[in-house]
Design a protein around this ligand. Structure first.
Ligand code: SF4
Length: 711
């Protein structure tokens, strides 16, 4: 390898810049073909300014981890995975596809992708599914992450880019309202961009828990609003009510740049602050104060409203994100020089992963698969007739519910996703995986999903191949190969190319990342997420590349400055209303108490934990799940700090130790979702979905809590 490689972190969407260099010292002998261990250094870049979190610092330790899968593995009748050669593995996968298609039709083959795939792989996976496998049934784990905010952004602005402005723009803001995001744990270097507003007393955090981010307001004169779970939409309607009734609306902006004002005024009339207090638990005066701070900030250094998964991962997540956008439009924030609305993308390539065709309803360039012009353009790039591209498939939860059903998926390919832990109603998902005729999982570790697979195909890790990702700002970044991979592992691009050959697929499937990116550029040209002006050479020169970046342009660091992406150039104010939705759940016993479960992340772990649970330092720091309970609620149930607790509902049970904390509301419990088996929080979450986005209900579930020793 070269002396050093400038690249970006393998984990979250902040995509902190780092430099990898060969580490001094001996190479561990745990593998027969060990990768060279690397030293990681934070690199100066606008998003992280040299900072990394502990996940980034330790990320290279997985490259030569002793648990790495380095050969294809086939599960035998005894349930044991044994090594086989690549030719045999690919022949078996192709045969499984042919058999499923012959017996059940093309849609009996499914693909589940991930927001960790590079742009090149996300693009190729959409093409591979639709042309080589001939199926409409492709979706990905971003459905569990960004889909509500993406749907709301599309509806209001005509296009969805997480932050439609560079992240440094936050540095000089007077007021920042952050709803449902705990960046101090999920992406710690991001906090430096909140410091200006925090020091000015203008940081407002909305979270049912006093999270690390909420606690960050304490040194300034900021606010922490602690609503009851599931009432965020009501709180946002209350904020808009105050803005309208205290004449804080930017009337010139609303008249010139939006439509739908009257309907939104009517939709918030019934949400005066005292009524909002009675529903959400947030004091009426804090509702008024928040609205006034946002309006004052917009007139001073700028105001930003940012949403995260806490308010979006609900069956009304699209409407909640819409209510946040409505508030921002009433205040005249989006598309101005100093203010804005944005949503904080979570997964490493959560932004790029939702632009290039992994979604069930989408073609590359963020085009709709039902749009005839989009189909014609993409078909021409692929060199196939339009009618060879299937129509819309099933969103992720519906795809998973179909596994093994008579009209459902019988043969599934999983890439960059650990659905046995990360999907809602995880017990049902595992049952579905076991109902399949054939499951192929591409992974570098024996994840809980890979353990269910008939066939495991070992793939490369982030520092072992080239590619691009798109960070939470819509900025395209280069990921560089820094180390040789284990001899038996392959890129997903190579795997798709070899399978396409075996399936006599139309079109071409390059295994070279830059060649794939060149094709992606052409496929995206003219679409909302236009990458046609971006190439590897400019990224290698360090040039900033924010999409849309049509050929001949200089890209778009700040969106919507002149017009929004709807044909008339105006943003849409869309009236929304709360709807009750909690699903009743049977009481499992007299000693149990009904609570509301919210789930989330911890500093040490990422997503399902399939990677970070294998990093010794991270596992030592956070080895297991604990359920966070308020002391008052816990003591009433005879639960002390460290007591073994059962958290149960009709879908499953989690058994773990209690962690007592006044940071949480008394009627609420918190579980991290990074852990498998008896500690798997998603055994308890509901697979009901938002009707617009397909987002599952992760953050508002009834559970029953009791000490394990109770009768
Ligand atoms: Fe990696 Fe995110 Fe941590 Fe940065 S904040 S080091 S991108 S996990």
């Amino acid at each position: 390898m070269a002396n050093s490689a400038d690249t970006h972190c393998p984990y979250c969407a902040l995509q902190c810049a780092m430099t990898l260099t060969p580490a001094a010292g001996p190479v561990p002998v745990a593998l027969s073909t060990p990768a060279a261990p690397l030293d990681v250094q934070g690199r100066d870049f606008p998003t992280n300014r040299g900072g990394l979190c502990r996940k980034g610092w330790t990320s290279a330790s997985l490259l030569n981890h002793g648990g790495r899968i380095t050969e294809p593995l086939l599960k035998g009748p005894d349930g044991v995975h044994r090594p086989i050669g690549w030719d045999q593995a690919l022949d078996l996968a192709a045969q499984a596809v042919r058999e499923a298609r012959a017996r059940h039709g093309a849609d009996a083959v499914g693909v589940f992708g991930g927001g960790g795939l590079t742009n090149e792989k996300a693009y190729m996976l959409g093409k591979f599914a639709r042309l080589a496998l001939g199926t409409s049934r492709i979706d990905y784990n971003g459905r569990f992450c960004m889909s509500s905010a993406a749907a709301a952004g599309m509806r209001a602005f005509g296009v969805d880019r997480g932050l439609p402005f560079p992240v440094e723009a936050l540095d000089t803001a007077s007021t920042i309202l952050m709803l449902g995001s705990n960046v101090a744990e999920t992406m710690p270097p991001f906090v430096q961009h909140l410091k200006g507003a925090r020091d000015a007393g203008g940081l407002i955090v909305v979270d049912p828990r006093r999270s690390a981010t909420a606690a960050f307001t304490a040194d300034g004169a900021g606010l922490h609003l602690q609503p009851l779970p599931g009432t965020d939409l009501t709180l946002l309607l209350g904020l808009s009510h105050v803005v309208i009734h205290e004449n804080l609306v930017d009337t010139a902006y609303v008249q010139e740049r939006t439509s739908g004002y009257s309907a939104v005024v009517r939709s918030v009339n019934a949400f005066w602050p005292e009524r909002v207090q009675s529903i959400t638990g947030v004091p009426a005066e804090l509702v008024r104060q928040t609205a006034r701070m946002l309006a004052a900030g917009a007139r001073a250094g700028g105001s930003y409203i940012l949403t995260g998964r806490g308010v979006e991962q609900h069956v009304d997540g699209t409407d909640t994100a819409t209510a946040a956008i409505n508030l921002s439009l009433l205040l005249g924030l989006p598309g101005t020089a100093r203010s804005g609305y944005g949503t904080l993308t979570g997964q490493g390539n959560g932004q790029g992963g939702r632009e290039h065709g992994q979604k069930a309803d989408q073609l590359p360039g963020y085009r709709k698969i039902t749009d005839p012009a989009a189909r014609a353009h993409v078909a021409a790039v692929w060199g196939v007739p339009e009618d060879l591209i299937p129509g819309p498939g099933l969103p992720a939860v519906q795809l998973l519910k179909s596994l093994g059903k008579s009209d459902g998926v019988q043969c599934l390919f999983v890439h960059a996703s650990n659905i046995a832990v990360a999907a809602p109603d995880a017990n049902a998902v595992i049952h579905g995986l076991r109902s399949l005729d054939f499951l192929v999982v591409c992974d570098f570790f024996l994840s809980e999903t890979a353990a269910e697979a008939n066939l495991i195909l070992p793939v490369l890790q982030w520092a072992e191949e080239d590619g691009t990702l798109t960070n939470l700002e819509g900025r395209v970044l280069r990921r560089r190969r820094a180390v040789s991979p284990p001899a038996g592992a392959r890129s997903e691009l190579w795997i798709m190319a070899r399978l396409a050959e075996r399936l006599d697929a139309p079109s071409t499937y390059s295994e070279d990342p830059e060649t794939v990116f060149e094709e992606l550029r052409r496929a995206s040209a003219g679409g909302p997420a236009d990458y046609s002006g971006i190439d590897y050479a400019m990224l290698d020169r360090g040039e900033a590349a924010y999409w849309p970046y049509p050929a001949g342009s200089t890209g778009t660091p700040r969106l919507f400055t002149g017009r929004f992406a709807h044909p008339d150039g105006k943003a849409r104010l869309v009236p929304v209303a709360p709807r009750r939705r909690r699903t009743p759940d049977a009481n499992p016993g007299p000693a149990a108490k009904a609570m509301t479960l919210i789930t989330g992340r911890l500093l040490e772990h990422y997503q399902s934990g399939a990677q970070t649970r294998r990093v010794a330092e991270l596992l030592a720091a956070q080895p297991e799940a604990t359920v966070q309970l308020h002391p008052a609620a816990a003591h009433a149930m005879g639960i002390g700090d460290g007591t073994l607790v059962s958290v149960v509902n009709s879908r499953g049970e989690v058994v773990c130790r209690a962690e007592l904390s006044t940071a949480i509301r008394p009627e609420t419990v918190f579980l991290p979702f990074h852990f498998p088996g008896a500690e798997s929080a998603n055994r308890l979450t509901e697979a009901a979905t938002d009707p617009v986005s397909g987002m599952p209900e992760f953050k508002f579930n009834t559970v029953w809590v009791r000490p394990v020793a109770a009768p």
